[in-house]
Design a protein around this ligand. Structure first.
Ligand code: SF4
Length: 400
């Protein structure tokens, strides 16, 4: 899939009321936007502080700015948040928000609290470009990419709800971010990168790159750029250890097979024993959970600084799989552990509110026939391209 999937980021479009949302603009864009409205350049730093360090949405409350400046800001701009149309709390403390944006599209964001910290799972697309068979989001056709402001504002909405403005340096309940919500983040790279740079900025939300993990299903061409530009931790949706099975349950494997994926991970910038890749491996009964699979997994990742997250499959309505038996998951984990790789079994969180891994889905649909046709064309093109590559390889082999 080429560049058409990476939407252009700047040129903030005014809302229906003509005002511009300042959330999601980079520092340079914020400065340009404010000066274009006749405000002094230095105001940009002040406004950045109030929006991202203090979480203020009302310009009148930005008391370090002169009153005329605050009035001008309120005239031209807004500090937007999505509407939390649902705010669900699980008995295990996990919290899920259904976030609705201006055009009515919705995504889910999930907060998973631990003893002294907490992780926010953030979405990057409405629906998903891909159709991984074990994933609820995969059953929802892609509606659209999220813009940078819509990605950042999931973090801000969660901070509002957790009461973490200004954010304490220690003991934060929103201390880590995983780009593991709805969507394939590397198919919306420009907006995801822009949003994460805002989140990582030390004078605002200030969540360090070491506490951010981006999970990809294997968009090989974008992985190096992500590592080089953002420096965030990498997680890969692996879920199978041979091309035949992986191409069935993680269809992007038809485009970027395991050999290419392994090479892209091996060369991911900054990967080392202190910053290992996380392989996500959903445990599907009788599909990918045998000890032979465990053995092949160990062989596949040899030499790559790795940890494996074993994810007991979380069922969703209509799901075509069952979760492996716990005893089999334990055997699989022991085998991989004994081979020298940490392979903790992820405790499902928020299952009672469909907030667990692979359970996210919003009702946002754009069920037009042309959309379906376009999506089918994408898949057909993928398969055709892959078939052509296989034929080419085979031709080369026969030539060899
Ligand atoms: S696992 Fe990720 S890439 Fe695959 S369908 Fe689900 S959201 Fe999309």
């Amino acid at each position: 899939m080429g560049a058409e999937h990476h939407s252009k980021a700047f040129a903030p479009a005014p809302r229906a009321d003509g005002r511009i949302n300042l959330v999601g603009l980079s520092r340079e864009e914020l400065e340009a936007t404010l000066t274009a409205a006749g405000l002094e350049k230095f105001r940009a730093r002040q406004v950045w502080h109030w929006i991202y360090y203090r979480g203020v949405t009302d310009f009148a409350a930005m008391t370090t700015l002169a009153k005329p400046a605050r009035e001008k800001l309120a005239e031209h701009f807004v500090v937007d948040r999505p509407v939390a149309v649902k705010d669900l709390q699980s008995e295990d403390g996990t919290r899920k928000w259904l976030c609705r944006f201006h055009d009515g599209q919705e995504v889910e964001a999930v907060h998973i609290p631990e003893e002294d910290r907490g992780t926010l799972c953030v979405s990057s697309q409405v629906g998903c470009t891909l159709t991984c068979r074990f994933c609820h989001t995969g059953t929802q056709l892609l509606v659209r990419n999220l813009r940078a402001d819509e990605i950042v504002s999931q973090v801000m909405l969660a901070r509002d709800a957790l009461g973490e403005w200004p954010s304490p340096p220690e003991g934060r309940m929103l201390s880590n971010i995983v780009m593991m919500g709805m969507g394939e983040p590397l198919f919306n790279y420009d907006n995801v990168a822009k949003a994460l740079k805002i989140v990582m900025d030390g004078e605002g939300i200030a969540i360090s790159k070491r506490r951010i993990t981006l999970s990809t299903s294997g968009v090989v061409p974008m992985m190096k750029r992500c590592g080089a530009e953002l420096g965030v931790n990498l997680a890969v949706s692996l879920h199978a250890v041979n091309d035949e099975l992986r191409s069935r349950i993680v269809p992007i494997n038809r485009k970027y097979p395991l050999a290419e994926l392994m090479e892209a991970v091996r060369t991911y910038p900054g990967l080392n024993n202190a910053r290992r890749v996380t392989w996500e491996y959903v445990m599907l009964k009788g599909v990918n959970d045998s000890l032979a699979d465990a053995r092949e997994l160990v062989r596949l990742i040899r030499g790559i600084p790795s940890k494996i997250n074993l994810i007991p499959f979380n069922p969703w309505p209509g799901a075509p799989f069952e979760c492996s038996d716990w005893s089999q998951i334990q055997r699989f984990s022991d085998f991989v552990n004994e081979a020298g790789y940490a392979s903790p079994i992820r405790t499902p969180r928020g299952k009672d509110i469909l907030a667990a891994c692979g359970q996210l889905k919003s009702e946002s649909q754009r069920p037009t026939a042309s959309q379906r046709a376009a999506q089918m064309e994408v898949h057909k093109a993928l398969a055709a391209e892959y078939a052509a590559r296989v034929a080419e390889k085979e031709a080369a082999l026969s030539l060899g």
